[in-house]
Design a protein around this ligand. Structure first.
Ligand code: HEC
Ligand code: HEC
Ligand code: HEC
Ligand code: HEC
Length: 508
């Protein structure tokens, strides 16, 4: 009696702890290896016993379960057209899809043999596109959405490593032809339609060449032969020298260090950063892109008077401010190697630019003030156009190793209340010109203002100039309709409960 009821209680507990979980695991495996008996044949017949894939068929093992379900739904609806997978996906019930997706998501077999290796120069060209993008055509780096070395991020951005080159190529062509149109915000359609045949071939070869462990070639190791970036939006903008022009000497080493600090601030300037951002998150394409506050335009206008601190700032002091506010950290002391390297990088990018003039493309192009700022509409814009990357709570998304892929927009890991981006007008200008990533310029001005209002109405680390009183600090530094600091939103006075500035928060 006792034995029986204990077993029953355990079974009941298991059901409560993982509702359906046990049943899914079993039937997921059955479907994968034997089919569902309702018309969907065994997945293993094509995808392999462990979902490892082959030259023709994609690897399913280790893909995010939510992503797999989304693909099965897309095959069934025709949003992703494929003669083989269409009927199979239609023959699966919702429960079958969940079950088989969880099953494959949990597998990790060794990589399938994909045959002969591609030419090294093809792979190298693909690496540039994957890690740098082609901003002259408005194409972000693939890794900016797919994570470092294409390792995948969350349920929306699939892992690319482990897929063979012909599969990757076919998918990019499908988006070009319109056979696959199931992607959130049309993000991949936007990317694929801007690529030419050679780029597709090279980037497919690159991802297919990466080991599953996801170790990419170091981004800054080789002087890539990239063309100089000519931004599409402002043809008159200055063109910084290409990376290949960085000389191989002591000066060049310092340029490269500056670039590394700018793009991977967390690792190259530890101790000075108190959030999860990189400089390049707000200064896109490594500080090269016009209308994303490029470094080349900044370098030539300092020393300059700044109303923020009411004196003439050297370029070095301007950089120090970025660490204190945007990076919520500590300013490196004057002359510190971090500042020397960043100045050297900016100087290199500005090579050949006229000094003392405000170049076209400097900063973020300001938008005309609207009649009204609409928080509720901003919340809607955020949910439909931003949350897929930045997270429903503005918390950002990170790779499995903890690297920032989609930067946090508010909360303890974001910029603080003293940063330029906390000003609604600055954020609106940045967003209009640069977001959503890869689809810049698609939001209306009003949408940009409203979503900026929404973002900047959330709490974030304290202003480092905080003097103990939120209302006093507001009066002194935030006396503007563009700052929500000290204002009451949803019953809370912003700034009253902010995490202290300059402290590194617990990892996400
Ligand atoms: C007859 C061969 C075949 C069988 C059986 C098969 N697949 Fe596929 N599957 C393919 C091919 C081919 C593709 C690539 C389709 C394309 O090019 O869009 C594919 C693609 C997929 C994808 C998309 C992967 C990605 O990375 O986007 C998923 C998910 C998938 N199959 C799941 C399944 C499941 C689950 C089953 C079993 C119920 C199954 N497949 C059975 C051939 C098959
Ligand atoms: C702006 C974000 C973004 C960028 C940049 C991006 N992707 Fe994607 N990619 C996506 C999303 C989202 C999906 C998933 C689409 C879906 O749900 O079907 C995807 C899917 C894919 C797939 C299909 C994978 C599979 O298993 O079927 C391939 C291949 C791909 N991307 C290649 C690339 C390449 C190559 C680049 C760079 C040239 C790139 N992507 C850049 C967002 C992006
Ligand atoms: C496809 C993914 C994607 C979408 C969608 C997207 N962003 Fe971003 N966003 C990024 C990435 C990646 C960066 C960092 C850019 C870089 O490093 O080059 C970024 C940077 C930012 C930044 C500056 C960095 C920070 O943390 O403050 C803001 C502000 C921002 N996005 C706001 C938005 C808003 C508002 C929307 C919606 C209208 C949006 N983004 C949609 C990917 C996205
Ligand atoms: C959260 C976004 C964000 C981050 C992160 C960030 N910045 Fe900025 N940066 C801005 C904004 C906003 C401005 C002001 C641009 C404007 O108002 O047009 C700015 C301005 C600058 C300027 C002056 C530009 C000019 O034309 O006068 C420099 C130089 C600069 N940042 C460097 C950096 C460096 C170096 C880092 C990393 C240590 C960094 N930024 C991190 C948002 C950011």
């Amino acid at each position: 009696m006792i034995g029986y009821s204990r077993r029953a209680a355990l079974a009941a507990a298991a059901l409560i702890l993982c509702p359906g979980g046990l049943a899914y695991a079993a039937s997921g495996q059955d479907i994968a290896l034997k089919g569902n008996g309702q018309g969907a044949m065994a997945c293993s017949a094509c995808h392999g016993k462990l979902g490892e894939g082959n030259q023709e068929v994609p690897r399913l093992a280790g893909l995010n379960a939510g992503y797999i379900v989304h693909q099965l739904v897309s095959f069934a609806s025709g949003a992703r057209q494929n003669d083989v997978m269409g009927p199979i996906a239609k023959a699966l019930s919702d429960t079958d899809r969940q079950a088989v997706a969880s099953y494959f998501a949990g597998l990790n077999p060794p990589e399938a043999k994909t045959g002969g290796a591609a030419k090294p120069d093809l792979i190298a060209a693909g690496a540039v596109l994957a890690q740098r993008g082609e901003w002259t055509k408005g194409v972000p780096a693939c890794d900016q959405c797919h994570g470092p070395a294409g390792s995948g991020v969350g349920s929306a951005f699939p892992r690319l490593t482990g897929q063979n080159a012909s599969y990757i190529t076919n998918q990019l062509l499908s988006w070009q032809k319109g056979d696959r149109h199931n992607d959130p915000l049309g993000l991949m359609k936007g990317v694929a339609t801007k690529l030419d045949k050679t780029q597709i071939e090279s980037v497919a070869a690159y991802y297919a060449s990466l080991p599953l462990s996801g170790k990419a070639t170091p981004a800054i190791a080789t002087p890539f032969r990239t063309e100089a970036a000519k931004p599409v939006s402002t043809p008159a903008a200055f063109t910084p020298p290409p990376e290949s022009a960085i000389p191989n000497n002591e000066f060049g080493k310092m340029v490269r260090l500056g670039e590394a600090i700018f793009t991977d601030t967390q690792h190259y300037a530890p101790g000075f950063v108190g959030n999860s951002l990189q400089c390049a998150n707000c200064h896109i394409d490594r500080g090269r892109l016009a209308n994303a506050s490029p470094l080349w335009a900044a370098y030539v206008v300092y020393p300059a008077y700044r109303s923020k601190n009411k004196h003439v700032n050297t370029f070095e002091e301007r950089l120090q401010g970025c660490f204190r506010f945007s990076m919520n950290g500590k300013a490196p002391p004057a002359g510190d190697k971090v500042l020397v390297a960043l100045q050297t990088y900016a100087y290199f990018l500005a090579k050949g630019a006229p000094t003392g003039v405000s170049l076209p493309g400097r900063g973020y192009p300001r938008l005309k003030k609207p009649a009204k700022l609409d928080y509720a509409h901003g919340q809607e814009v955020y949910a439909s156009h931003c949350a897929v990357c930045h997270g429903a709570e503005g918390q950002g998304q990170f790779s499995a190793q903890g690297d920032t892929v989609f930067p946090p927009l508010w909360g303890a890991h974001s910029y603080n209340w003293g940063a330029g981006m906390h000003s609604i007008s600055t954020a609106a200008a940045f967003i209009k010109a640069n977001m959503p990533l890869g689809e810049a310029g698609t939001l209306s001005d009003q949408d940009s203002w409203d979503v900026a209002t929404y973002i900047d109405s959330h709490d974030r680390p304290q202003d480092p100039r905080f003097n103990g009183s939120v209302s006093e600090t507001r009066k002194k530094y935030h006396n503007s309709a563009m700052s929500m600091y000290g204002q009451k939103v949803n019953g809370v006075v912003l700034g009253e409960n902010s995490p202290p500035s300059g402290t590194v928060p617990a990892p996400h």
